[in-house]
Design a protein around this ligand. Structure first.
Ligand code: PBG
Length: 340
């Protein structure tokens, strides 16, 4: 006598205990009801490239849809950010090559492009936050973030200049200082310099886990530092094989006074992001870099990806991993979409 075989349905009910997970996925309303993370305009930081002069935006070839804007157009972009409820824009300058030198002295000029753009935006659209990078690479003739002596990027001398750069930007009206240079001890020194200058309210978002990455290429085109870069940045940016080291970097930056931390690049480093969120529980941001943007837009341009869907899916992935927000070149596009 052979035992009767259980039906597929019996097997499934035994295996799942009757808990059929597809039940909650059957309708849009139930999917929305149980959705665990929600992307909103308030999660966005919009990086913008600013250039000298007036007139039409200068497209960045490797970043379709992104251009270098005149100061006037940056003000317009800030108005757009306000109308789309994007909380912060991040300004990056394309510095005229004639103003670049060995020590990046233009970074310390209170009348430099970033400072003028910051003042213009603050005057016209005070309700939008402004973030500025602290690093010398848009200003140096060798494309490095710090001071070069021989082949070396010297730490302490660089930090001295970075502190002055931070104060110049804060005095122009910058709300969030983003040290992206990866020098040791820079957050403590910048915090001290800001406080000494009476800028106690200026926030610091530290690029804490910033990796030496292939995904910055299009950004370097946009700020014009790529062609100039001598060697690479591996003596200060992190080795992408490391994750424990990211915890140590973030712990130091927080102990030194960082208000917020960041992981960069984004998508290839979601494990690091998630780890820092769990470890520290402080506002933690991800930078969806120029290379990530370029990769996606190249596929979209070829008709291989649905741009809107890929954009929302990746940005939601950052949120799912625990990000408080994302620096993304998609900011205006996704904010429009979320509004619609
Ligand atoms: C400057 C800086 C870089 C980025 C932000 N700030 C480039 C670099 O470190 O070489 C990259 C941003 C992007 O790729 O979108 N230190």
């Amino acid at each position: 006598m052979t035992a009767e075989r259980p039906s597929i349905t019996d097997r499934i009910d035994t295996a799942t205990g009757g808990m059929r997970l597809r039940r909650l996925r059957q309708a849009d309303w139930s999917r929305r009801l149980v959705r665990e993370t929600q992307l909103s305009a308030a999660d966005l930081i919009w990086p913008i490239f600013v250039r000298e002069g007036s007139g039409e935006p200068h497209p960045v070839a490797s970043m379709p849809g992104v251009a270098r804007l005149s100061v006037e157009d940056c003000v317009e972009a800030a108005r757009r950010a306000r109308d789309l409820a994007i909380p912060v824009i991040a300004l990056f300058p394309y510095t005229d090559p004639s103003l670049r030198d060995e020590t990046g002295s233009e970074a310390l000029n209170p009348e430099n492009l970033v400072c003028r753009a910051t003042r213009a935006i603050k005057a016209a659209v005070p309700e939008v936050g402004i973030m500025c990078d602290v690093a010398l690479d848009p200003y140096t003739s060798h494309g490095h973030d710090g001071v070069m002596v021989g082949e070396r990027i010297v730490n302490d001398e660089s930090v001295e200049l970075l502190c002055r750069q931070a104060v110049v930007q804060a005095e122009a009206g910058c709300d969030v200082i983003g040290p992206s240079d990866m020098m040791d001890g820079r957050v403590a020194c910048i915090r001290g310099a800001l406080d000494d200058a009476g800028c106690r309210d200026t926030m610091i978002m530290a690029y804490s886990a910033k990796y030496a990455s292939a995904f910055y290429g299009p950004f370097r085109d946009a700020v014009g530092s790529g062609g100039m870069l001598k060697g690479d940045k591996r003596t200060y940016q992190m080795d992408y094989a490391n994750s424990d080291e990211a915890v140590r970097e973030a712990a130091q930056d927080l102990a030194e006074g960082a208000d917020m931390i960041m992981v960069k690049p984004g998508l290839p480093y979601l494990d690091v992001l998630s780890r820092l969120v769990r470890e520290f529980g402080v506002p933690t941001f991800a930078y969806q870099t120029s290379g990530e943007y370029a990769m996606m837009m190249a596929a979209v341009g070829n008709g291989w990806l649905d741009g809107d869907k890929a954009m929302v899916e990746t940005l939601t992935a950052y949120k799912r991993a625990g990000a408080s927000g994302i620096l993304t070149y998609f900011s205006p596009r996704v904010a429009e979409m979320l509004r619609g």
